[in-house]
Design a protein around this ligand. Structure first.
Ligand SMILES: Nc1nc2c(ncn2[C@@H]2O[C@H](COP(=O)(O)OP(=O)(O)OP(=O)(O)O)[C@@H](O)[C@H]2O)c(=O)[nH]1
Ligand SMILES: [Mg+2]
Length: 220
């Protein structure tokens, strides 16, 4: 059995982090690593009490947090998931089977196929679609949800990746690198509704991510 490491970046996710950890535990035996940046609530305390490893990362940035977590992970399979209980941890179990059966390197959880107006706004959908089309034009990679923040993939693939951004565009960079160095498939998941304050700033991060696709194309 392959060893699994789940990395969860967090800032102030005390309302949901416990639920995310316990749902992961129900479906797989994994090393759970929380990478926390200056939470002012009980996020770190709850994670620690529930047996997760807690790393404090003072440098702000979604990509920074993931790089710190994945570098500390000891598993052969890496999983990334938000701490806000919007992605379904239950998908980890079938995803691990698909990874083995189909000999895939990277599975990304697609929120678009099963989206509803309640869990994914039209604004986000249009923004995501523009980013997907840009990736398709610049890299010739076809992707349904380039901004998904839940993935299940092999550490051996992660080790081949380079130029991963420190910010929110880490997510699209990870998928572009995965398609460059291995096989990526997307599986549809039912996305939940965030009950707490998002860190994502729709307009700023949307335009920044669009710009970062061009930056990545130049660095390729
Ligand atoms: N450590 C750390 N965690 C972060 C940082 N930015 C965001 N996060 C966490 O990363 C995860 C994703 O951030 P979200 O705010 O949920 O971003 P999102 O999923 O794109 O946006 P929503 O759809 O609104 O949830 C959450 O668990 C955040 O707490 C950061 O700079 N450092
Ligand atoms: Mg989220």
């Amino acid at each position: 059995m392959a060893k699994i490491s789940v990395v969860i970046p967090t800032i102030n996710e005390e309302k949901t982090i416990g639920e995310v950890i316990s749902r992961i535990r129900k479906v797989c035996d994994a090393e759970i690593i929380i990478v926390d940046t200056d939470s002012r609530d009980r996020t770190r305390e709850i994670a620690q009490q529930m047996g997760a490893k807690v790393i404090q990362e003072p440098r702000r940035g979604y990509g920074v947090a993931y790089k710190t977590g994945f570098n500390a992970a000891t598993g052969d399979i890496l999983v990334g998931i938000d701490g806000d209980a919007t992605y379904p941890p239950e998908i980890i179990a079938p995803a691990l089977d698909i990874l083995e059966l189909d000999d895939i390197d990277f599975i990304s959880c697609d929120r678009m196929t099963l989206r509803t107006e309640r869990n994914y706004t039209m604004l986000h959908f249009v923004g995501n679609s523009i980013l997907n089309v840009t990736i398709r034009i610049l890299f010739k990679y076809r992707i349904v949800d380039s901004q998904s923040g839940m993935w299940i993939f092999r550490k051996s693939l992660y080790e081949k990746m380079s130029h991963l951004s420190d910010g929110m565009s880490f997510s699209q960079d990870l998928k572009i690198e995965a398609m460059k160095h291995g096989t990526l498939i997307e599986i549809p998941v039912k996305y939940g509704i965030r009950i707490t304050k998002p860190k994502l700033r729709t307009w700023n991060d949307g335009f920044s991510n669009l710009f970062q696709i061009f930056v990545k194309r130049v660095k390729k």
